[in-house]
Design a binder for this molecule. Structure first.
Ligand code: ATP
Ligand code: OAA
Ligand code: CA
Ligand code: MN
Length: 672
């Protein structure tokens, strides 16, 4: 119906005639797009309200006990209980009641919010007190904060969190593949030097303190000061995000966690990283076992005792709480909870592990230990195997279980070819931290380190196509210790006996390359006990003894894999090609390496295979790849010296009940 000048003609036909004409056309078997019925809304507001269907009301809580007096709780009562529980979490310790909390976005006035307003909550539940302070907190029953409502955005969906982030948080964008690009602010890695643990009587006895320990003490009063600062900050906001989720896929040892945060970015990160409850599980969630107050946008007060910077990450095991001030790096929450698991699980005789974990189709499980950036996520995400988890696991009498519900992959230099499963997981729902992208196309440039080298993607584990859900498996067959050796002298793979496995597990060697830990930019040899000294709570020998016992009981084999330099040290040689490392790992899984021929290296006394399918044999012994043999020997001895020096502090400890094993472990180190 084009006019002679080529422009569409304005149609002046009466709508009724038009409908009749359309019907006639339809009869001819031709359907035109002007034939659909018009929208039924009377105005734009009504149209908009039609777009969003109200979520179906959740079913009442079913009483699981067999009590004949059990009464079903109504949806309204359940919501009220939830809000009261959140108000109790947010309660100031110096006022009588928690804040008035209300569900919903303050920007959506007059909608759901007004209807669900909760009465001010009951005082917070009594907490175990280990100390008596001479400081008696004043009771302020009336304050401005008790006059205002705190809006609670409770367990929002990724779509809702995207909208919140994009609307309210600068630096939030949707990338070309649908991920949410975010900025974590000034901190782009964890701040281990700003971590504090409350040293109450129980903690003083149970935890590892002193030289080498990551646990820097704080007193209860200082913790409460920081907690109050965080709670007051959170309550001063228009709205807070609350996540109620789980940790640990082992149903008998599941922990309920609540995360209260100021940013949609943090809420989406934890939505991805923790285990997501079903509707039903959420209904009976009740009181959390552990609560995080993430006030990371707000600094700590440097005049507060124990504060050495404006960042403070404080864990109080007695109160089962963690407070974050002065850092918005989201990994702090995930690793804070990991520390808590390192305390709670060993109490139940369960070993917590900083490791990745996957399983072959025949049920053979492998653990991948290693410090940050050594390849836990990269190597446990293996297209030929089922992924149980990439970073945090438990090993109990029943087998292994993932602690988390998501993965946290490094993205620097990420490529579709080398890491296809991680590449494809970066889609809608995934949080992409600190990456750089094209302003217009929104294509991410994974090689760009302008913001940080520690760029990260956090995605739910089911974004990996061969994830094993539920994330549990049988006892491990192989225990792979990953080290990224920037000195280039450790062999690409060695088979370890039990004593050597323990020696290297306790040593926890790598050379940090990227800045996961704030402040570290240049490569540097690092020893971190149990491949995670920053997260362990007890003395390393406690975890080592448990690992030795489990490996012995279940007949697991230990391996040391160098995912670092070959052909010379950092600056001279190159990082071992990922496809070669994958071939090595394949040969461990398949059993090929168990029956290979071995030779023993000097100094470290490591058993190295002479050939591996798909790997050039000359790289298997590092000396072959160095042109300067004298420099090789010198570097080898230097590293051996560093190992020896690091191990000195462990020489006086006994590992397990078995003193023979302890002696064997001490003898399993390099000979200088
Ligand atoms: N030969 C190799 N083996 C393993 N990873 C390699 C190798 N060469 C390069 N890489 C790169 O090293 C990085 C390993 O990071 P990965 O995310 O697996 O660390 P991680 O051990 O999971 O650390 P974190 O505990 O911090 O999450 C990836 O960016 C990977 O592409
Ligand atoms: O915790 C982080 O920031 C990332 C990580 O997995 C680690 O450092 O081990
Ligand atoms: Ca990882
Ligand atoms: Mn990690």
């Amino acid at each position: 119906m084009a006019a002679p000048n080529g422009l569409a003609r304005i149609d002046t036909t009466h709508p009724e005639k038009k409908a009749a004409a359309a019907a006639a056309k339809h009869e001819n078997g031709i359907c035109h797009d002007d034939s659909s019925a018009p929208v039924r809304a009377q105005n734009i507001d009504e149209l908009h309200s039609m777009q969003r269907k109200r979520s179906a009301p959740t079913t009442p809580i079913k009483d699981t006990g067999a009590s004949p007096f059990a009464v079903a709780v109504s949806d309204e009562d359940r919501r009220k209980q939830q809000l009261q529980s959140i108000s109790a979490s947010l309660a100031s310790l110096t006022r009588e009641t928690g804040p008035k909390v209300v569900r919903g976005d303050p920007a959506r006035k007059g909608e759901a919010a007004a209807k669900t307003s909760a009465p001010a909550a009951a005082p917070p539940p009594p907490q175990p007190h280990h100390h008596h302070h001479h400081h008696v907190a004043p009771t302020i029953s009336v304050s401005d904060s008790s006059l205002k409502f705190t809006h609670v955005l409770y367990n929002l969906s990724p779509g809702e969190l995207y909208e919140q982030a994009i609307k309210y948080e600068k630096g939030s964008f949707i990338t070309a593949t649908g991920a949410l690009a975010t900025l974590s602010g000034a901190k782009t890695g964890r701040s281990p030097r700003d971590k504090r643990i409350v040293k109450d009587e129980a903690a003083a006895q149970e935890l590892w303190w002193g030289k080498g320990s990551p646990n820097i003490e704080m007193d209860e009063h200082t913790f409460l000061t920081n907690r109050e600062r965080a709670v007051d900050y959170l309550n001063s906001l228009d709205k807070v995000y609350v996540n109620d989720q789980f940790l640990n896929w082992d149903p008998e040892n599941r922990i309920k966690v609540r995360i209260i945060s100021a940013r949609a970015y943090h809420s989406l990160f934890m939505h991805n990283m923790c285990i997501r409850p079903t509707e039903e599980e959420l209904e009976s969630f009740g009181t959390p076992d552990f609560t995080i107050y993430n006030a990371g946008k707000f600094p700590c007060n440097r005049y507060t005792h124990y504060m050495t910077s404006s960042t403070s990450v404080d864990i109080n095991l007695g109160r089962r709480e963690m407070v974050i001030l002065g850092t918005q790096y989201a990994g702090e929450m995930k690793k804070g909870l990991f520390g808590v698991m390192h305390y709670l699980m060993p109490k139940r005789r369960i070993l917590s592990l900083h490791s990745g974990c996957n399983m072959g189709r025949d049920g053979d499980v492998a653990l991948f230990f290693g410090l940050s950036g050594t390849g836990k996520t990269t190597l446990s995400t293996d297209h030929n195997r089922l992924l149980i988890g990439d970073d945090e696991h438990c090993w109990s009498d029943n087998g292994v279980s993932n602690i988390e519900g998501g993965c946290y992959a490094k993205c620097i230099d990420l490529s579709r070819e080398k890491e296809p499963d991680i590449w494809n997981a970066i889609k809608f729902g995934t949080v992409l931290e600190n990456v750089v992208f094209d302003e217009h196309t929104r294509e991410v440039d994974y090689t760009d380190k302008s913001v940080t080298e520690n760029t990260r993607a956090a995605y739910p584990i089911e974004y990996i196509p061969n994830a094993k859900i539920p994330c549990v498996g049988p006892h491990p067959k192989n225990v792979i210790l990953l080290a990224c050796d920037a000195f280039g002298v450790l062999p690409p793979v060695s088979k370890l006996n039990l004593a050597q496995t323990m020696y290297h597990f306790i040593s926890g060697y790598t050379a940090l390359v990227a800045g996961t830990e704030d402040g570290i930019k240049e490569p540097q040899a690092t020893f971190s006990a149990c491949f995670g000294a920053a997260f362990i709570m007890l003395h390393p020998t406690k975890y080592a003894a448990m690992l030795a016992e489990k490996m012995q009981t279940y007949g697991a084999t230990g391996w040391l894999v160098n995912t670092g330099w070959s052909g010379g040290r950092y600056g001279v040689g190159k990082r071992i090609k990922l496809p070669y490392t994958r071939k090595i790992i394949d040969a461990i899984h398949s059993g090929e390496l168990l029956t290979a021929n071995y030779q023993k290296t000097e100094v470290f006394g490591l058993e190295i295979p002479t050939a591996i399918e798909g790997v050039p044999s000359e790289i298997l012994d590092p000396i072959n790849t160095w042109t300067d043999k004298a420099a090789y020997k010198e570097t080898l001895l230097k590293l051996a010296g560093l190992f020896g020096k690091n191990f000195e502090v462990f020489a006086s400890y006994k590992i397990g009940e078995d003193s023979t094993l302890t002696e064997e472990i001490l003898a399993a180190g390099p000979k200088v």
